[in-house]
Design a protein. Structure first.
Length: 94
């Protein structure tokens, strides 16, 4: 299953309670992150709203590394590349 198409953005509703909602480019709800004015709620909402861009950037980096590795010696530690591949698989539900 694919995720909602990005980019996503953060919307804050119900002031002063501050319900944080992640919305897609059409302002359709992706998820509600939390209610309240705790710094962690805001930070979590910003991180989640960046997820599509982060996933694309990580995929691009892993693919670029794979292309280079066939041409020359890699300077990227295997554990770092494995962590990137694990994160992509997790995001894709694999």
């Amino acid at each position: 299953m694919n995720h909602s198409k990005g980019p996503w953005s953060l919307a804050v509703w119900d002031q002063p309670r501050g319900r944080r909602e992640i919305v897609d480019a059409h302002d359709d709800s992706v998820c509600i992150v939390g209610v309240g004015n705790l710094p962690t709620v805001e930070a979590d909402a910003r991180l989640i709203s960046a997820a599509p861009e982060l996933l694309k950037a990580l995929r691009d980096l892993v693919e670029a590394h794979r292309a280079v590795v066939h041409c020359e010696a890699s300077h990227v530690p295997a554990a770092l590349l494995n962590a990137g591949e694990f994160a992509i698989a997790k995001a894709e539900g694999k």
